[in-house]
Design a protein around this ligand. Structure first.
Ligand code: FAD
Length: 358
């Protein structure tokens, strides 16, 4: 969050931040969503944000625009078509060979020039590695407010109400950018629901030139070295996730979680203490400071269900909790609870699934 944000005064609440907005704010219009295109792929968080952006735009009675920054070619054209398919009314496009691979300088230049020219009221980006890097530099270049990792977006008295966890996840605060424009926010993948895709292949595309040369860019991309392990962990978009917690007692017992995951074609994950102990890599952590997931089925074994874990999993369609303690907080939000020893139960479950599925 930059200094341009202000937390609403305690008395303001959600119902009343009404104030006279400066006259020049009337120049700012449209809700913009950054369509994140990296190495030929559009990140699905962009579509989730178009879904949220649509609601905000409708409340404000303004249009929803997708922002596509990319190199000339098929991938960029595909990103434009997908932006329309997920609800954008128009697309602002900066197409330039310098935007082939993500680098902070040309992307920040393209985005800030677009903002200064076309003046959006709200600008949303995914809180991905790329999106976080870009959002921070765009907000500081424009001297405006950015609320990071929002869990809820709304419009209150004409301003963006951006809600996010605070104090370690024990409280939610709603932040308004009342004095600056655009109002910027990032949202992590899977926090918002995926909107329906409609076939709407055409729309208005407004082109803008990138006024930057290669010589002005310090960063050079020499190549890509993909971490194969991380690349495989696709927790956020998995249909089934099995996760283990401290209740499993040892790093060795995590094999029980992996075995079940393999048997049912799931991804596996864990609670934060397991990452802190070095039992699992950080990209397998589920929760507020890990991944937010929305699988069809989430199986949590030996996880207590602390609030920081809960916020990352409560979007799952079906939550099954296995815990020895019938009073564990996870049973407050699990759809199905099994009060038993996970170390004995997981192998039995794996065997039952293996028999049934083979
Ligand atoms: P515990 O709370 O110790 O729970 C273990 C559970 O296992 C207990 O309920 C116990 O009854 C049960 N159990 C014991 N033995 C067995 C057995 N044999 N079979 C079955 N059940 C058994 N946590 C996250 O997970 N993700 C986050 O992203 C995250 N972010 C955080 C951010 C901040 C700023 C802070 C302060 C904390 C964060 N935490 C996060 C930590 C969180 O508060 C909890 O400490 C953590 O989730 C607890 O992990 P756990 O459930 O595995 O362990």
């Amino acid at each position: 969050m930059s200094n341009a944000n202000r937390e609403a005064p305690p008395s303001a609440g959600r119902a009343g931040i009404k104030r006279e907005l400066p006259e020049h704010f009337r120049d700012y219009r449209h809700v913009w969503v950054f369509i994140e295109l990296e190495r030929g792929e559009v990140h699905p968080v962009s579509f989730e944000l178009l879904g949220e952006g649509r609601k905000l735009a409708d409340k404000l009675g303004i249009q929803l625009a997708g922002i596509v920054l990319g190199p000339p070619g098929e991938a960029t054209q595909h990103a434009i078509a997908e932006a329309f398919a997920y609800g954008a009314d128009l697309v602002y496009l900066v197409e330039a060979p310098l935007l082939a691979d993500y680098r902070n300088e040309p992307f920040t230049k393209a985005m800030t020039d677009l903002v200064n020219t076309h003046k959006p009221e709200i600008l949303l980006l995914g809180a991905t590695t790329l999106g976080r890097d870009l959002a921070g530099s765009v907000a500081t270049t424009l001297l405006t407010g950015l609320t990071a990792d929002c869990t809820e977006l709304d419009v209150v008295d004409g301003s963006l109400a951006a809600t996010r966890p605070t104090f370690g996840g024990s409280l939610l605060c709603t932040i308004y950018t009342l004095n600056y424009r655009p109002q910027m926010a990032t949202v992590r993948p899977r926090v918002m629901a995926m909107p329906p895709r409609t076939d709407k292949p055409v729309g208005r595309v407004i082109r803008h030139k990138l006024s930057m040369t290669e010589e002005e860019i310090i960063t050079k991309v020499l190549g890509f070295n993909l971490d194969r392990q991380s690349a495989k962990a696709n927790l956020a978009y998995a249909d089934i996730v099995v996760a283990g917690g401290l209740g499993l007692g040892s790093a060795e017992n995590l094999q029980l979680v992996k075995n079940l995951a393999r048997a049912i074609g799931a991804e596996y994950g864990c609670s934060r203490p397991l990452v802190q102990k070095g039992w699992m890599p950080a990209d397998r952590q589920v929760g507020q400071t890990g991944k937010t997931i929305r699988p069809k089925l989430y199986i949590a074994a030996g996880i207590s269900g602390a609030i920081q874990h809960r916020v990352g999993v409560e979007g799952a369609d079906l939550i099954v909790a296995i815990n020895t303690d019938p009073n564990a907080p996870i049973f407050d939000f699990a759809h199905l609870g099994v009060v038993t020893d996970a170390i004995r139960f997981l192998p039995a479950l794996t065997e039952a699934f293996t028999r049934r599925l083979s």
